[in-house]
Design a protein around this ligand. Sequence first.
Ligand SMILES: Nc1nc2c(ncn2[C@@H]2O[C@H](COP(=O)(O)OP(=O)(O)OP(=O)(O)O)[C@@H](O)[C@H]2O)c(=O)[nH]1
Ligand SMILES: [Mg+2]
Length: 533
Amino acid sequence: MADIAAEVARRRTFAIISHPDAGKTTLTEKLLLYGGALQLAGSVTARKNQSASASDWMELERKRGISVSSTVLQFDYLGHRINLLDTPGHKDFSEDTYRVLTAVDAAVMVIDAGKGIESQTRKLFEVCRLRGIPILTFMNKLDRETRDLLELVDELESTLQIHAFPVNWPMGVGERFKGVYDRVMRQAHMYERTARGAYKAPVEVAGIGDPAVKDALDADSYERFVEQIDLIEATSPGFDRADALKGGTTPVFFGSAVNNFGVQLLLDALLEHAPPPAPRASAGGIVRPERDSFSGFVFKIQGNMDPRHRDRVAFVRVCSGRFTRDLPVVHSRTGKTYRLANAHKIFGRDREIIEEAYAGDVIGLVGYSDFGIGDTLSEDPAVVFDEIPRFAPECFARISNPNPAKYKPFAKGLEQLLREGVVRSLQPHDSGDAKTTLLAAVGPLQFEVAQFRMLSEYGVESRLEPMPWTLARWIGPKTPAGAIEAVGLPMQSARVRDETGAEMILFPTPWSVQYLTEKHPEIELLRLPPARR
Ligand SMILES: Nc1nc2c(ncn2[C@@H]2O[C@H](COP(=O)(O)OP(=O)(O)OP(=O)(O)O)[C@@H](O)[C@H]2O)c(=O)[nH]1
Ligand SMILES: [Mg+2]
């Protein structure tokens, strides 16, 4: 059997993050193409108006052209095993993205060079920073007019408070974008536009002094290029690898995902700049990835990936040791021992049964209905991870079934979506209306996804009634018993319990929160759920 430490050392597990539409899914597709995992990028096989990327496989994603849910893609490249996670950019799906960030060791931040740092990119970046994971930056869409390049790099540094080290620099932009110059290797990589960017772009390499560089560019672009390079060389300190591994410096790459420009360089750089799996904290102490005992945690649940089977996949990030088929593990939430017989390697919606996996890998466990998001699976019961962040919902709605004959599929569909965390459910204090379920979400698109999937996967219509609350607070343990009953809540607020039974209050406006806080300081209001005892 393979040596665990050697297997861990060759793993690279990273997420692609950014504001919506920066090109994450396109870049994912091209990384797969260059990694040899796809023959043709999805856009080529796509029929009119219908993209067919390996990553955006859900019907709704193809319809809307946005990513709704994160996708796992595992492949081998140059002796490395890569686990790549494409994430949705839309803020309504950020819970999913944040969960994915707990499962990776590095992130690629994609920036639309025409727009610069956008709000959602900044938020996701902050999460990466808190986790201390290294971040590589890909400045995308160089085939279009961009913002001033030096300004883009400045903005990156000042807005995100990070050092930026441009590993390569574009030769021309927009119509005149001809390739990138690798500052470290001192090589110019020139590209040709290929039909719809489907095949590997031909690459020619020459030195910077090479007349080929000058000839490739028009006089204006060449002059600007030389000026910019000179300026960067003069002002930028050398590359601090140790700082990059701590997340203090981001290596920056330029390109155009849709045209395959700069994708190969990014992929190769990933092997170098993204680290192998690192030790993780657990209730039982630090867990080293190469230790001889399997552990991992569930960060995502997805149902109905294979419409023929209607089953449920629990995505597990392996944190230590080796997984082998039929391995007995303890499930943290129930204390039960399970033999893991049904583990899969995942590639978008495709999967393949595996016999082995190692720390760093993401595996899909099929058919374990007890497993929920955040649960630990471990050979050593002392190892329990607490990685999954929780968020306060900001949107609320009641959902009901307009068609009593469909009672069963409706209940089944809703239960599955709640398990996946597509939306959450809350329990009204006054038991409420038994025919409706109170749902909560970070953003309204989550409700839309839930309704769409109820219809497409369970064949049931649903009725959604938006509710007026916009803020949720948990009631903290310092609140004296009976205090809530004694005070009377502000107008239009409501008492509910979350799925763990913790008490919450939902408020219509920030002023109503403020009102309660000022009038009744004895009531402790928390923005996040109190720690579970
Ligand atoms: N001009 C140009 N367009 C690009 C490039 N890369 C991606 N796009 C386009 O940008 C749009 C969004 O691309 P996606 O890859 O779906 O973006 P995303 O970041 O995955 O979006 P979400 O997952 O919804 O957040 C699509 O129309 C792409 O064809 C590029 O290099 N140049
Ligand atoms: Mg996408």
